[in-house]
Structure formats: structure tokens, C-alpha cells
Design a protein around this ligand. Sequence first.
Ligand code: IMP
Ligand code: MG
Length: 187
Amino acid sequence: MNSDVKEVLITANKIKARIKELGQEISKDYSNKFPLLICVLRGAFLFLGDLVREIDIPLSIDFMAISSYNGQTESSGQVKILKDLETPIDKRDVIVIEDIVDTGLTMDAITRLLITRKPKSIKICTLLDKAERRKININIDYYGFRIPNKFVIGYGLDYEEKYRNLPFIGELKEEVYKGGINKKDGK
Ligand code: IMP
Ligand code: MG
């Protein structure tokens, strides 16, 4: 598995340190509130798990899974709900937890969908931000790291469902995805 990694971009220690900072920031911003953290499955599962342990105010969590890629190499901007939330979000202070914002189309579609359910507030927290790939302007409230336009894996992120268990963020070797990145959905 490690031999498929071209380069480690962010080490496990750097991820840990940055998540600690994000946790402190969120704890401060939401003091006296009871935020609902929505984890977008599957890529954000490790990020959510580590982030909540760095937040020292009461919170609740929920999970949603969406499909966004429609078998294309790029996001479609349409999201299909594969697994919906179990928590009503009206009047809640929602923070959407994502692994990576690339074109921004998925996050834009998710926030538009959640807004229809009338949360009190909604913010976006992503571990990674591939800002130069953005196709739509979205406001990211918290991010862990800005990364260059490289296909990355590890710490929750996959290529064809592999590599999520790597403890670091690495760039995938080109020869592994020879024919091009052809993800079926935004998992
Ligand atoms: P967007 O709609 O283009 O912003 O796509 C976001 C989704 O695409 C993320 O939630 C990931 O699931 C996936 N994605 C985008 N870039 C990468 C990458 O470099 N590695 C793994 N997944 C990625
Ligand atoms: Mg994702």
C-alpha cells in the first residue's frame, strides 16, 4: 500500500497538531452553543473522530452519505442522498465536516440541501482545501490545509475505496490510476 504513495504531503503528526488548533477554534466560536457536527461519509470519518476529541464543549454528531460523481471524473453538482441524517437540524448550529473540497460543487449542493431544513446556522469545516480547482465560490469557515492540485489519499481519503487507513495524507502515484481518476461517487 505504501509503495503506491509518491510522496507524503502531510504527516500524521502535522494532521494531529492542526486538528488540535481547529478544535480549540471551534470550541471558542461555539462556546455556550450546542453544535451539530455532520460528517460526510466516508472520507471524513477519521477527521470527525479526531476533531471531536479536541472540542471541549457539548456537541452532537450525525452522518450523511451522498453520491456526487455520477461515474464522471468531476463532480456533477448534483447530489443524491445515500444515507440521510437521523437528527432534525432546524434551529441547530450545524457544522458540515468534509474530507476535501475540490471543485466545491459537492459542498455547494450539500449546503443548499441542508439550508432547506432551516438550521439556525451552517458552517463548513474541511480537512483539505484544493482551492485552485474551485469551480464555484463557496465560503469555507474552517480548513486544515490548503493543498496543490494533486490526487491525494490517506487519513480517510480513498482511491477506489483503498488507502483510507493510511495515517498520513499522500500523493498517489500516477501509475496506480493510469486510465485516469474515475470515481463513481463522492465517497
Ligand atoms: P468536489 O465536488 O469536486 O469538491 O469533490 C469533493 C469530493 O471529491 C470529496 O469529498 C472527495 O470525496 C473527492 N475528492 C476530490 N479530490 C480528491 C482527492 O484528491 N483524493 C480523494 N478524493 C478526492
Ligand atoms: Mg468526500
